[in-house]
Design a protein around this ligand. Structure first.
Ligand code: DGY
Length: 320
């Protein structure tokens, strides 16, 4: 009983898929509180907030001033994401709260997702699947031909770990790769660099968005960029919804000013603009870029290992 009382209290804002070892660590080393089990989360936080020393978060809940004010003794926020747009990292730092995320382990699957979306929207794979499910088979002229992917000029917006992994994969398709990145210019001499997204779009057939969501990247894909890409261009987004001006993208798709899109992320998830749901050239997913057993397990393990490291005074594995 007294051992129980000394376990650090961890607040979970989003659930983790736990492998046995991570589950054993989590349950034996921490007292876990789950926000989704609380009928009245505000009252629950008012009562328990001061006891909470760790937070597990994910892609949807906000770790902002409103929450942090209720957790005066929190020491660490362990995010089950690589993107930290839902964590006020600078406020955490100001308050001496450590932040960790899950880089690297999700790079491959997220890059794979970009390729899958790219092929799916350009080759209209969901529509072809539905066509067969409807009991149909192509006769002369009644099946839409689609767009070739191999050899197309690809522009990657944001050449971090995931953007670079997407570039590598598309090299295998014989696609010349160009990119825009605010920080990674010198590392990729084999790719063309553009210092404006509009110029990148003007020189691309496919725009793949892989940058982090920050103030500077919000709506980085705007009407001007979409018009520079033009009516034969495709957009793929595996980053975050708000990096695209979503209303402008919808308009451009409806007005056929761009050819199609493959989208894993949206501005107001789980809301998806309804216009996107009935276009054969648009493929949507529910923010599942990293959602494979292997990757989600590796991410969850990291989340738990970071907590364990912090509370046993060891260096964090993936500090931000
Ligand atoms: C991330 O890690 O940022 C992903 O979007 C969540 O799967």
């Amino acid at each position: 009983c007294s051992a129980m009382a000394t376990k650090p209290v961890v607040l979970h804002l989003q659930s983790l898929p736990l492998e046995p070892r991570a589950a054993e660590d989590l349950h034996s080393k921490f007292e876990n509180l789950f926000i989704w089990e609380q009928a009245d989360p505000a009252a629950f936080l008012a009562e328990k907030g001061a006891s909470i020393r760790g937070v597990v978060t994910g892609v949807r809940p906000w770790v902002n001033q409103e929450l942090l004010d209720k957790l005066p003794n929190v020491e660490i926020v362990s995010s089950n994401t690589v993107g930290l747009d839902k964590v006020d990292v600078s406020l955490c730092k100001e308050r001496g709260v450590s932040v960790t995320n899950t880089p690297d382990v999700l790079t491959d699957c997220t890059a794979d997702t970009a390729l899958a979306l790219l092929l799916a929207c350009m080759r209209q794979i969901p529509a072809a699947h539905q066509y067969v499910c409807d009991g149909r088979w192509p006769k002369e002229g009644d099946y839409p031909v689609t767009n070739k992917v191999s050899g197309k000029r690809v522009g990657v917006v944001g050449l971090g770990r995931i953007g670079a992994a997407i570039g590598k994969r598309l090299e295998g398709f014989g696609c010349p790769i160009s990119y825009y990145s605010r920080s990674k210019k010198p590392q990729y001499p084999e790719y063309n660099y553009y210092n404006s997204v509009v110029e990148l779009a003007r020189n691309s057939d496919i725009l793949v968005v892989a940058c982090a969501l920050e103030k500077a990247t919000t709506k980085i894909i705007n009407r001007e960029v979409l018009d520079a890409l033009g009516p034969t261009g495709f957009v793929v987004n595996i980053a975050r919804g708000p990096v695209i001006d979503e209303a402008e993208l919808v308009k451009a798709l409806v007005e056929k000013r761009v050819a199609g899109a493959g989208l894993d992320v949206f501005v107001n998830e789980p809301e998806v603009p309804k216009e996107l749901l009935s276009m054969a050239n648009v493929v949507v997913q529910p923010h599942v870029g990293s959602a494979t057993y292997e990757t989600r397990n590796a991410m969850a393990n990291l989340v738990v290992e970071n907590l364990v490291a912090h509370f046993s005074g060891k260096p964090l594995l993936t500090p931000v």
